[in-house]
Design a protein around this ligand. Structure first.
Ligand code: NAD
Length: 510
């Protein structure tokens, strides 16, 4: 049982006891009470995370506000150079970050490495800050008059992040925000807060000025303090749908710009002409990977026509996957984040059975030898699921796949479109015509064609729709650059003579 990895004990971000806040370039101890952060496979206490006091949250925002005064004047190429240095350090320490992340999330090492890499990709994108922040110019909008736009930072931005991607989701946010000239206050998930502190160690080493990115730990109270703080201009949120709705409304009440990414129920439509093996292996990976704790996990399969006959093969493929500890090479995925999260999933499984769905494969009794206290759920498959059942209507966030059978592609599209969520969807087919019809008609923001988890790379944006997103400008990509900036439009004339002394009494430029 090789569970020996520990964060460096000499680091400022020591996890041996109480985790620190990161304020004004230093890790600072908080006297506030907190909660234990545990290893999901063993229940070993890894550290205690403090819930920052109101004055600590205020201090973090004030420090970020002060840092903004200098950072906004820092030339764009210099800001980009910080991102170059940061991405180099992240790449150098990718494995170390991934190993630490495994301990607090329960993810397998391979999955954790993938997460860190997808965060690094956003930092790479932030390296192009100079060209991202270019405005537009039109010469001669009237005689001798030019109009041009300047893209300027907005000030202190805040980020609130979920447990399931403690490296990637913070990296969706602060690198682009600071590359655009802002400063940032991050409130990471209290369930796995050590990885974000590690990201700060490396940001400091990369040469970030004090106060550029601050980290305050905590939960709802600390989030509310940020939402209500008059010096916070914009809020990026990623988390569950009920909390996202609350954040969206509260941010608006406090007159802040907001983007709130929420939960999901992602479908994979299997057409009978699809390659059976590819469709089934994609379904298994997308449903069970990361223990089903991905906002882009596939949690509903729609089997069209004869594809319904593939259910026994799907069951066999899912049954061949088993969870295990992060350093178990044979494990397909790890433990659920907490015992409470595990219990919530068990409740859904029981509810599904009670509501009349057929439980084809039941992972409720799953155990992992050597890890009796782990939050394990085995792969679980339901058939004959209808939209009124809670296992279809709600996000379960576990390795549970529900399946429904329909007759035609039109039926499948109608089923997907009737679902209130709209984060991701996928179709597996050999028909270009079916794929094109699907991509055009489906009411979901991210579509995969023979790709089970269509998460766009950062030169695009993460474009969830409907109840999976509240706001208008999405995370990362060009839309995030717009989110983290203001546009100033300048209309200018330079006189080369005395000009006309006659006042212009109209609004027409001349
Ligand atoms: P969560 O909503 O419980 O918590 C998210 C963050 O909000 C945490 O930092 C938490 O401390 C804070 N929070 C919790 N309750 C709050 C409240 N009442 N008021 C203010 N803040 C509050 O989500 P989670 O369980 O950490 O993460 C899983 C959820 O996130 C899933 O629903 C998943 O689909 C979603 N998610 C969505 C995306 C996306 O891109 N759409 C990406 C990752 C995760």
């Amino acid at each position: 049982m090789a569970r020996g990895h520990r964060w460096r004990e000499d680091a400022a971000n020591s996890c041996m006891n109480k985790l620190k806040l990161f304020i004004d370039g230093r890790f600072v101890a908080s006297a506030a009470a907190g909660i234990a952060v545990t290893d999901p496979a063993t229940q070993e206490v890894l550290c205690e995370v403090p819930f920052a006091s109101a004055s600590e949250v205020d201090r973090a925002v004030q420090g970020a506000k002060q840092a903004f005064e200098h950072w906004r004047e820092t030339p764009a190429p210099e800001r980009a150079r910080l991102m170059f240095a940061y991405q180099e350090l992240l790449k150098k320490h990718q494995d170390d970050i991934a190993r630490g992340l495994c301990r607090e999330t329960g993810k397998t090492l391979e999955d954790a490495r993938g997460e860190v890499w997808r965060g690094i990709e956003v930092v790479e994108y932030a390296c192009s800050a100079v060209s991202l922040a270019m405005g537009e110019t039109v010469e001669n909008v009237a005689h001798g008059i030019d109009t041009y736009s300047l893209i300027q930072p907005i000030g202190v931005c805040a980020g609130i992040t979920p447990f399931n991607f403690p490296a990637m989701v913070p990296l969706w946010m602060f690198p682009l925000a600071v590359a655009c000239g802002n400063t940032f206050v991050l409130k990471p998930s209290e369930q796995d807060p050590m990885t974000p502190n590690r990201l700060m160690e490396l940001l400091s080493q990369a040469g970030a000025p004090d106060g550029l990115v601050q980290v305050v730990h905590g939960g709802k109270e600390q989030v509310d303090a940020l939402l209500e703080h008059p010096d916070v201009r914009a809020v990026s949120f990623v988390g569950s749908a009920p909390v996202a709705k609350r954040i969206y409304r509260k941010a608006a009440d406090n007159l802040k710009r907001v983007q709130a990414l929420a939960g999901a129920k992602n479908h994979l439509v299997v057409m009978p002409d699809a390659n059976k093996e590819q469709a089934i292996s994609s379904l298994v990976g997308a449903a069970c990977g990361a223990a089903g704790q991905r906002c882009m996990a596939i949690s509903a399969a729609v089997l069209v026509g004869e594809a319904a006959d593939w259910l026994p093969d799907l069951k066999a493929a899912m049954a061949a996957v088993r969870p295990g500890a992060w350093d178990d090479d044979g494990a397909g995925y790890g433990a659920q984040i907490t015992a409470a999260a595990r219990q919530r999933i068990l409740n859904f499984i029981e509810q599904g059975k009670a509501e009349g769905a057929t439980c084809v494969l039941d992972g409720s009794g799953c155990t992992v030898p050597g890890y009796p206290g782990g939050n394990w759920i085995g792969p679980t498959l339901f058939a004959d699921v209808t939209p009124d059942m809670s296992i279809y209507a709600e996000e379960i966030f576990g390795p549970v796949l529900v399946t429904s059978s329909v007759q035609t592609l039109d039926d499948a599209i109608a089923l997907v479109n009737a679902n209130p969520f709209g984060n991701g969807v996928s179709i597996f087919t050999a028909s270009g015509g079916a794929a094109r019809k699907f991509q055009h008609e489906v009411q979901v923001g991210q579509v995969g064609i023979n790709i089970p988890i269509p998460v766009p790379l950062p030169f695009f944006s993460f474009t969830g729709w409907k109840n999976s997103f509240f706001g208008d400008l999405h995370a990362y990509g060009k839309q995030a650059v717009r989110f983290y900036t203001e546009t100033k439009t300048v209309t200018a004339r330079w006189f080369d003579d005395a000009g006309s002394a006659r006042p212009n009494m109209t609004i027409k430029l001349r």
